[in-house]
Design a protein. Structure first.
Length: 332
């Protein structure tokens, strides 16, 4: 069975975009791949986070992984910091990544271009840690959105370079797997931007722990256009297209069918339909989330997942250290 790896960086509460673009897909993949999903808490601190908020976001992220349908007996779920090999291989990867490659990474470039101050070395070098996250487990596939594909391409470049230096059996070179429908859910009040947990205006973003009725209200207030037709047209009708993608991703109904069924409806009626789908989805997720939080089993699930991950990660790190030449004593 091929291995797939992914992670979520919960610097804020998870959004409907995270669910559609990531969590929902993880659930569908766990029957077909050996799934490894972790909470990327080291990546969270590349920018300052209030400690108590971060702790809550991490716990909520684990509970929402499970509430979305990930099953611990099918998927290895753990905290990144519970497997120390991530950080150690991250440094080795930094020593095999060129400055020019890091200079081209979009996230750092964008923040620098905006004149943001206080940018950290961790933010600059985090693609090296991300490469380690993936290569540590010899992942065959990494599910990503279009905006994250660049990081997998860097991981591939570093893996190929390392393999040429130290032997082709060092790392599996991963493939990015980009989902088609719902791959990038956009902001409800500005469909030119991705729905993001860092949005300054909550009207454009639906959080998985939002009151379901509030979420429905946000859908009904979504920005559309003046054309008055239900069409799938990302260029000329990005707002309506975004709502169509949300409904398609949540219900499984194909886009053409949604468009055909709603061709004679007005925007208000269509928004109400999408709002009902979103409200039900959040209600179901939150009911399962509450059960998981109340069960007190999160620590147990994380420790079991970390134990499974450590077995793979420890073996890989030892192999890489020997290849590089930094390990001189025999290990059992």
């Amino acid at each position: 069975m091929k291995r797939m790896l992914s992670a979520i960086k919960p610097t804020g509460q998870l959004t409907l975009g995270n669910y559609i673009g990531a969590l929902k897909n993880f659930v569908s993949y766990q029957d077909d791949y050996e799934m490894i999903c972790f909470i990327a808490n080291l990546h969270c601190i590349t920018v300052y986070q209030k400690p108590e908020e971060l702790k809550k976001n991490l716990k909520d992220a684990v509970a929402l992984y499970l509430a979305a349908g990930l099953e611990p007996d099918k998927t290895t779920i753990f905290l990144q910091t519970d497997v120390l090999e991530h950080a150690q291989l991250g440094y080795i990867m930094a020593c095999n990544t060129y400055l020019g490659e890091l200079n081209r990474m979009t996230q750092f470039k964008d923040k620098q271009a905006k004149g943001e101050t206080g940018l950290t070395a961790g933010l600059y070098t985090y693609p090296c840690l991300m490469a380690a996250d993936i290569l540590l487990y010899d992942a065959d596939y990494v599910p990503v959105g279009e905006d994250q594909k660049q990081h997998v391409e860097l991981t591939r470049d570093v893996a190929i370079r390392f393999n040429h230096k130290y032997g082709d059996d060092s790392f599996v070179v991963p493939e990015p797997l980009v989902t088609k429908v719902g791959k990038r859910i956009m902001s409800l009040d500005d469909p030119s931007r991705k729905m993001s947990k860092s949005e300054h205006n909550d009207k454009g973003c639906i959080y998985l722990l939002d009151d379901p009725k509030l979420a429905a209200k946000k859908i009904k207030s979504a920005v559309t256009d003046s054309l008055g037709k239900i069409n799938y047209d990302p260029i000329n009708q990005p707002g309506i297209t975004n709502l169509i993608e949300i409904e398609s991703a949540l219900t499984g109904e194909d886009i053409d069918s949604i468009v055909a069924r709603n061709k004679d409806k007005g925007y208000g009626e269509f928004k109400t339909e999408v709002a009902e789908v979103v409200e039900k989805t959040l209600s179901d997720i939150q009911a399962r989330y509450k059960e998981i939080i109340d069960s007190g089993k999160i620590d147990e699930i994380l420790e079991e997942g970390a134990m499974k991950a450590r077995k793979i990660a420890s073996k890989k790190l030892k192999k890489i250290e020997r290849k590089v030449g930094i390990e001189i004593k025999k290990r059992k």
